[in-house]
Design a protein around this ligand. Structure first.
Ligand SMILES: O=c1ccn([C@@H]2O[C@H](COP(=O)(O)OP(=O)(O)O[C@H]3O[C@H](CO)[C@H](O)[C@H](O)[C@H]3O)[C@@H](O)[C@H]2O)c(=O)[nH]1
Length: 329
């Protein structure tokens, strides 16, 4: 992998920047293409950053011509489920149309390898938990629909005989921050549970709402499979290695294989931070499936992925360290 030329769309964002860090440490040549709408320039620890939008096809094609990537990783997307319910067209434009632009630029350039950030949201409400990659694509919100649509585009492009190969990684609930403390998350208005709970612990928001306490789960709150962002980043490196060594197109779940309820996450955040904060029971949020837990045997067996931080308390601890650093800087 050393010396591989990788174009990273959305590499200044939360997950992209953690992948860029590992790619840089592995000796890859990196070009980050990011419009900095949510990403941060200072999060790009390696490579060269080009500020650009995936809607700007001219700049995109120029970047491909000049950098000549061997592989493209695509992290640039809108990711908030309730927002996608409210503004579906925005999600189709940003997540589908912009991915189409990126794939067309890739095609013109002759680059054949693509890593896609997909989501557990493509499964909707799975019939079986843990969910395997064989489960049907049946999203229940526009965000999941956009990810499923791109997966179908990728499947069709790979089947067209043009030599294109891809890996689609279906992320479960990504949380935590770089254990070395160099990068983390930085959302002006975070919506994700772990970050909001940390903000509540810090006193930056007055309380944490639990969205729905009447789900068919043991404590009535939704269950998710929380994965540390560095383990997820490592999954991208093994997937890149796989594609560079000639691997066929594949789809992999990225989660640990066990879930925690919203109440369990809240309890862990209180324990790890040593701070109490008000928690309020609120109505269900639109678009939330009750339980999402990965069957992650495929990525472990086929790509040899070995997660290192499968521990909710550690995930929360790294997030808390980052959060407290953010306010100190
Ligand atoms: O303040 C909050 C925030 C969230 N939740 C609940 O916590 C659970 C997790 O919600 P998040 O917003 O943290 O994450 P999501 O499960 O909605 O979605 C995330 O995980 C998905 C796959 O599981 C996708 O990858 C998606 O990009 C990513 O946003 C949900 O039941 C949600 O209702 C609360 O109760 N209070």
């Amino acid at each position: 992998m050393k010396g591989a030329r990788v174009l990273v769309a959305g590499g200044a964002g939360y997950i992209g920047s953690h992948v860029v860090k590992l790619l840089g440490e592995a000796g890859c040549e990196i070009l980050v293409y990011d419009n900095l709408s949510t990403g941060k320039e200072e999060a790009v620890l390696y490579g060269h950053l080009v500020k650009g939008d995936l809607g700007d096809r001219r700049t995109l094609e120029k970047v491909f011509r000049e950098f000549r990537p061997q592989a493209v990783m695509h992290f640039a997307a809108s990711i908030v489920v309730p927002e996608s319910v409210k503004f579906p067209l925005r999600y189709y434009r940003n997540n589908v149309v912009h991915t189409l632009n990126l794939l067309e630029a890739l095609e013109v350039s002759g680059c054949k390898l693509f890593l896609f950030s997909s989501s557990a949201a493509v499964y909707g409400i799975p019939k079986e938990i843990p969910v395997t990659e064989e489960a049907p694509l049946a999203p229940i919100n526009p965000y999941g629909e956009t990810k499923a649509t791109v997966e179908r585009m990728l499947r069709d492009l790979a089947a067209s005989g043009c030599g294109f190969r891809y890996v689609s990684l279906r992320y479960f609930n990504v949380a935590g921050a770089d254990p070395e403390g160099r990068i983390g998350f930085n959302y002006p208005e975070p919506t994700h549970l772990v970050i909001r709970a940390l903000k509540a612990a810090k006193g930056e928001i007055p309380q944490l709402e639990i969205y729905g306490t009447d789900y068919p789960t043991p404590d009535g709150t939704c269950i998710r499979d929380y994965i540390h962002v560095t383990d997820l980043a490592e999954a991208h490196l093994v997937a890149l290695d796989y594609l560079l060594s000639g691997g066929e197109s594949e789809v992999f779940n990225c989660g640990y294989g066990h879930g925690y309820s919203v109440r369990e996450v809240v309890r862990t955040v209180k324990e790890v931070t040593g701070r109490d904060f008000p928690v309020v029971e609120a109505p269900r949020r639109p678009g939330d499936p009750p339980i999402l837990v990965a069957d992650s045997r495929k990525i472990r067996e086929k790509l040899g992925w070995k997660p290192r931080y499968d521990d909710l308390a550690f995930i929360v601890k790294t997030g808390w360290e980052w959060e407290t650093r953010l306010s100190a800087s």
